[in-house]
Design a binder for this molecule. Sequence first.
Ligand code: FES
Length: 94
Amino acid sequence: MASLDSFTISTEVKLGRHIYTLYKLEDGVYCTQGSCSHEFSPLVEGIVMGGKVFCQKHGSRFDIRTGKVIDYPATQDIKTYPVKIEEGRVFIKT
Ligand code: FES
């Protein structure tokens, strides 16, 4: 869970042993796994642009809404999770 007001572009959320990244896009809030599928760099450190996140480490690019790989070197998609927003709080449905 995260406060909707606590971030502007992306933020990292830790739930137990799992880490997720939340993103604010034009059409809502989205959630992906917290690390890149290539070599596990934190996606919260990536650049968010046009609904995509660019991993800073080697430049892989993922579609935030679907988790699909768009640019290599990553070959595996990242997981996405639905979110629910209630009273300014973002809940991740894992
Ligand atoms: S760790 Fe993300 S592209 Fe390599």
